[in-house]
Design a protein around this ligand. Structure first.
Ligand SMILES: Cc1cc2nc3c(=O)[nH]c(=O)nc-3n(C[C@H](O)[C@H](O)[C@H](O)COP(=O)(O)OP(=O)(O)OC[C@H]3O[C@@H](n4cnc5c(N)ncnc54)[C@H](O)[C@@H]3O)c2cc1C
Length: 461
């Protein structure tokens, strides 16, 4: 597909390129010579785009006070106007931005443009006529034009020393013919009411011996945990719709009546919502729900709060709590439009009994750890440090730029417990950490700790 036009949507996060978007740019450069990178953001995002011009990308910065405060719906709307001007054959987005973490913009953008999309793409095979992609959930074939949201499947190349800096084209809302009512904060149905430091995922660690640990793993395997924290509401909402049975329990705690819809094509679900007008709709925050709900959101032009860990109601309105900034903060959110929609954390659909994660401190015993994991029918996992060193496949990476896990027992061996890793552990039943450093952060996110080296604990297993 070398002659095809590719547009990549990127976001500047804390002065840098969002890591998933960097992968999307690299995917685009491998597929075509005609790559345009588009970013909606502050004027400072120009620096990030300038760097990409050295890779041969054309770049466009959409910047305007009218775009400020945009949620995913308003962002997807503004980007859709730019995409209509560029009319690319393929649009690539990162899986999610690491500050907002919603993973909603890509699917909502594809829906607004009326083109097919695949989310969580791990491999892309392009022919002259179509694309076959491997995603986290299976394989999909799409015809052009299409949109893909990509995982962290490669590393953005460095520019050649001799490459020259190009220009960043800057456009504002008027140049795009944007409707001010659909832009920025004005066009955003969701509102952050407050944010506060998050205790989500923190656990009280009890230190145990390695023998106690192996006994505990056998005892706890099979005990799942829900990270959903909502208590029974005093004043309940009259009726809440749920897509899929998994969220019905959460809905029952905030509503007198719960209507459960089967999982289906989100366009059909949106059509039914449009006809019957429920005020509140909950979706599961699993891989399917997180790409299906934004499709309905874009059709219904309503607010969607991603990956809620708690819900609250006063009997009239719904208040949604979700982690932000890699789980370091919790945001309380409300929605100004109807229906109010949210994806809600459910038990992991791929949950297993045991996962054993190797960090950089486990490398001296990695073969023994793998032998133990395989003998226990467990799943291998790894920190990013180990994946980046090429010692484990990306599929195994747990964390912000890897996967979220929900197994019964997770044993983190030689993992320091950076927030980028621990943010993916909320749904784990029991977390056990093996680390000789008593001050390692991982112990704050573990139920049990073994203060020892990986070699001592696993070598003779
Ligand atoms: C934008 C961004 C996204 C990221 N996404 C992810 C992600 O998805 N997943 C992820 O994991 N990280 C991610 N990271 C990286 C993260 O910040 C950490 O750098 C990484 O998790 C550290 O890996 P580690 O714990 O294996 O290594 P280290 O931080 O080096 O920790 C090694 C640990 O091993 C212990 N140790 C040393 N020797 C031994 C021994 N013999 N036996 C047992 N323990 C020992 C040490 O005490 C230390 O605690 C991301 C970073 C950024 C900036």
């Amino acid at each position: 597909m070398s002659g095809r036009r590719i547009a990549v949507c990127v976001k500047e996060v804390q002065g840098d390129l969002n890591p998933f978007d960097a992968c999307a740019v690299e995917c685009a450069l491998r597929l075509s010579d005609d790559v345009t990178v588009v970013s909606m953001g502050r004027p400072s995002a120009k620096d990030v785009l300038l760097r990409l011009t050295r890779l041969g990308c054309k770049t466009v910065l959409m910047t305007d006070g009218k775009f400020a405060g945009a949620d995913t719906l308003a962002t997807a709307y503004a980007l859709s106007l730019m995409m209509k001007k560029l009319s690319p054959d393929l649009i690539l987005c990162g899986r999610q931005s690491i500050d907002g973490d919603t993973a909603q913009t890509g699917p909502a953008l594809a829906t607004l443009l009326g083109i097919p999309f695949a989310a969580n793409v791990m491999e892309i095979h392009a022919s002259e006529t179509d694309l076959t992609v491997k995603t986290r959930t299976g394989e999909q074939t799409l015809s052009f034009p299409a949109l893909l949201t990509v995982e962290r499947i490669n590393t953005l190349r460095f520019p050649k020393l001799t490459s020259a800096i190009g220009e960043v084209k800057v456009v504002d809302a008027a140049a795009l013919g944007a409707d001010p009512a659909r832009c920025g904060l004005t066009g955003s149905p969701t509102r952050v009411m407050k944010t506060f430091e998050s205790a989500v995922g923190r656990r009280k660690c009890r230190f145990i011996t390695k023998d106690e640990m192996f006994a505990l793993i056998r005892e706890k395997a099979g005990q799942r945990r829900s990270s959903f924290e909502t208590e029974e509401a005093q004043n309940k909402l009259k009726c809440v719709w749920c897509v899929g049975h998994e969220v019905a329990e959460a809905a029952g705690r905030i509503a007198e009546q719960v209507v459960v819809l089967e999982r289906d094509d989100p366009r059909r679900i949106a059509a039914r919502i449009e006809r019957e007008k429920p005020a509140f709709v909950l979706w599961p925050a699993d891989l399917w729900g997180r790409s299906a709900a934004p499709v309905a959101q874009a059709i219904l032009q309503t607010g969607l709060c991603a990956d809620c860990t708690a819900l609250e109601t006063d009997g009239n309105d719904l208040f949604m709590y979700r982690p932000a900034f890699s789980g370091t903060l919790t945001a309380k959110i409300r929605c100004l439009t109807r229906p109010v929609m949210a994806t809600v954390r459910v038990a992991d659909d791929n949950a297993c009994d045991l996962m054993v994660g190797c960090g950089k401190g486990a490398l001296g015993a990695i073969d023994a750890i793998h032998r133990y994991t395989d003998a226990m029918n467990g799943q291998r996992a790894a920190s990013r440090g180990v994946v980046d060193a090429g010692l484990a496949p990306y599929d195994e990476q747990v964390g912000l730029t890897g996967r979220t896990i929900g197994c019964s027992v997770y044993v983190a061996v030689g993992i320091s417990g950076a927030v980028h890793h621990t943010c993916a552990l909320d749904r784990v039943g029991t977390v056990i950490a093996v680390n000789p450093d008593r001050n390692a952060r991982i112990f704050e996110y573990a139920d049990y700790g073994v203060l020892d080296t990986a070699e001592n604990v696993f070598q003779e297993q």
